[in-house]
Design a protein. Structure first.
Length: 192
């Protein structure tokens, strides 16, 4: 019995979109499901189920599409990493060539330095983004607590004002009851 492997398009049906599609094309997500429609769980193919084994290099390479090469510069931090790598590689390659190395060896230095600098800058940018995300999370938590405390304080002030108004109203009603309770014909009574 001969089994045929599904093509790339068939194997990716029902699988979540890549980060590039979801990050840079939010209109596509909105078009897929009407705004008022209830959320329906996606039916996943058996290949999209998480497996207990590690993915192989061949499987990883098969997930790369030709369009990925046209959009990889849109990934967060990749642009700064690439620019840093190009600049530092060119500078080190030129310095090594000026110092007397033959062009092929200077080019090797340029490529190696450029790759290391690009990776280093990319990782540093990712580190900064993680720190910034954590700071934003803390600010949101502190702001939420501050808003909650502010609401509780305002509610306590409103409650105190309501109680004071109620107390003033009750005193006024009591005063009027006392005034109405006095007889008009007893002029000789001392008013209280």
């Amino acid at each position: 019995m001969v089994t045929t492997l599904p093509t790339r398009d068939e194997s990716q049906t029902g699988v979540a979109q890549t980060w590039l599609q979801t990050q840079h094309h939010p209109q596509q997500q909105e078009q897929q499901q009407p705004p008022g429609a209830p959320q329906q769980p996606q039916q996943q193919s058996p290949r999209s189920q998480p497996s207990s084994r590690q993915p192989s290099l061949t499987e990883a390479v098969q997930t790369i599409k030709p369009s990925d090469f046209l959009t990889f510069h849109q990934a967060p931090c990749s642009r700064t990493g690439l620019l840093t790598g190009i600049g530092s590689g060119a500078a080190i390659g030129a310095v090594r060539w000026i110092m007397g190395l033959p062009i092929p060896r200077a080019a090797n230095w340029a490529v190696g330095t450029g790759a290391l600098a690009a990776i280093g800058q990319y990782e540093y940018c990712q580190f900064q983004r993680r720190q910034e995300r954590e700071k934003v999370k803390r600010v949101v938590e502190v702001y939420g607590r501050h808003q909650q405390a502010q609401r509780a304080k305002e509610e306590a002030e409103r409650r105190a004002a309501r109680e004071q108004e109620e107390k003033a109203r009750l005193e006024k009603e009591e005063e009027e009851r006392r005034r109405k309770g006095r007889s008009w014909w007893r002029l000789w009574c001392v008013s209280e």
